[in-house]
Design a binder for this molecule. Structure first.
Ligand code: X2X
Length: 343
């Protein structure tokens, strides 16, 4: 009896040294963890989820088993409720867009400020710098554990009616938007008629013609085949890009051993890097091959001259100024400085 007990103690001590979960800890592990995503593995975003899950499984020797729930199905497709569901434990982990979480964390609206980030280096200057750290601290304070950055991408404008080259061309276009009131205000300033709906509701609305247009990254456009639902006019304006954030629910995080937490964090960082490369594929190479593919689908691609683009910047400036205050002038100033100093 005594021998048995000391053997058990020795085993527990050894487990601790090796960073393995003891029997008691392993009992706290769920047989499956639920990862929420808006889109599935046909999209860079969903692919990133798959990569993260596979890396976690490998690094933890199968102790942490993750199942993907694309279509934000754990919350019936209601993507702007994802952050609350994460906090409440309805969702164990997620890769979420800053847009979808901005109703709960107002500072995430930073990335949705029209024409803040002129190029990919500007996105990196924010997410990989001090601003990224500040945002992670805010997310931590809001009750989740942020681990790594990913990317949805630059959100370009499409519609079924006619080419858009000037703000005047947007007059009266019914445009589907998601997320915070910032989007409604931006598209109202542009003279369009914005309507807020989830991604799940948006696709049938394009197909039926209930809405004329939308804004999403090119990887979303192609994987969702938006050209088949009337979206034949594309304007490359690069007005907003949404980063993705890899996060875990706090209680779930605390239920894991320190070593397993490190595995999950490392897996997220690696998966985030890979996901960003996939998301940018076809957009950063000379000649932007993905745009050629899209043109080959019969889509009319409008590439704005700098002067034409400036007209869109100018008309949205009052919205930028107003939201700079709502987000927090200190954070926005820091972001503007980081972008100005980018390499
Ligand atoms: O709903 C969208 O537009 C999408 C898929 O890009 C997001 O979840 C932000």
């Amino acid at each position: 009896m005594k021998l048995r007990r000391s053997l058990l103690t020795a085993a527990a001590a050894l487990s601790l040294v090796l960073g393995l979960p003891t029997a008691a800890q392993a009992q706290n592990y769920k047989s499956e963890y639920r990862m929420s995503l808006v889109v599935g593995t046909a999209f860079p975003w969903g692919k990133g989820g798959e990569i993260w899950a596979n890396k976690v499984k490998e690094k933890t020797n199968g102790r942490i088993n993750i199942k993907l729930y694309p279509g934000v199905s754990l919350i019936q497709g209601d993507q702007t409720r994802e952050f609350s569901a994460l906090r409440q434990g309805v969702i164990d982990m997620a890769i979420g867009s800053t847009i979808n979480w901005s109703p709960q964390v107002r500072q995430l609206n930073l990335f949705s400020l029209p024409f803040l980030m002129p190029d990919y280096a500007a996105i990196d200057a924010l997410t990989q710098g001090e601003v990224g750290k500040d945002i992670f601290a805010l997310l931590e304070k809001a009750g989740v554990v942020p681990l790594a950055w990913g990317e949805n991408g630059y959100r370009e404008l499409t519609n079924s009616k006619h080419p858009v080259r000037t703000p005047a061309d947007m007059k009266g276009l019914k445009i589907r938007v998601v997320g915070s009131p910032l989007f409604v205000e931006t598209f109202t300033a542009l003279g369009a008629n914005p309507t807020q709906m989830s991604w799940a509701d948006a696709q049938p609305a394009f197909a039926s013609g209930a809405v004329d247009g939308q804004e999403n990254p090119m990887s979303i456009f192609t994987a969702a085949k938006l050209h088949t639902v009337g979206q034949k006019n594309l304007t490359m304006w690069g007005y907003v890009a949404d980063p993705l954030v890899f996060v875990v629910n706090k209680e779930i995080w605390n239920s894991w051993t320190p070593q397993d937490r490190e595995h999950v964090r490392q897996a997220a960082i690696e998966a985030g890097k890979e996901e960003i490369a996939i998301a940018r594929k076809g957009m950063i190479e000379p000649g932007q091959p993905l745009l050629k593919d899209i043109e080959a689908l019969g889509v009319n691609v409008v590439r704005l001259t700098p002067a034409e683009r400036e007209a869109f910047v100018k008309i949205t400036r009052p919205v930028y100024a107003k939201w700079k205050g709502q987000i927090g002038a200190d954070l926005v100033n820091k972001a503007e400085k980081a972008i100005a100093a980018r390499k």
